[in-house]
Design a protein. Sequence first.
Length: 64
Amino acid sequence: MGIAIELSDQQAQALSETARRLAISEDELAAAAVRDLVTRRSADFQAAADRVLTKNQELYRRLA
């Protein structure tokens, strides 16, 4: 899947410098960043849902 994004000059420069420092292409760095964001959000949501379910477990038991 290909995606086109627009970056400010400052953002494009930061992406380029970071990719060069890591010795990977800008495309690889951008893709890795997106994968990390998508994965982290899912993990954060799951952790929050688990906390709510655990915290309210007794209430849910009584309501059942």
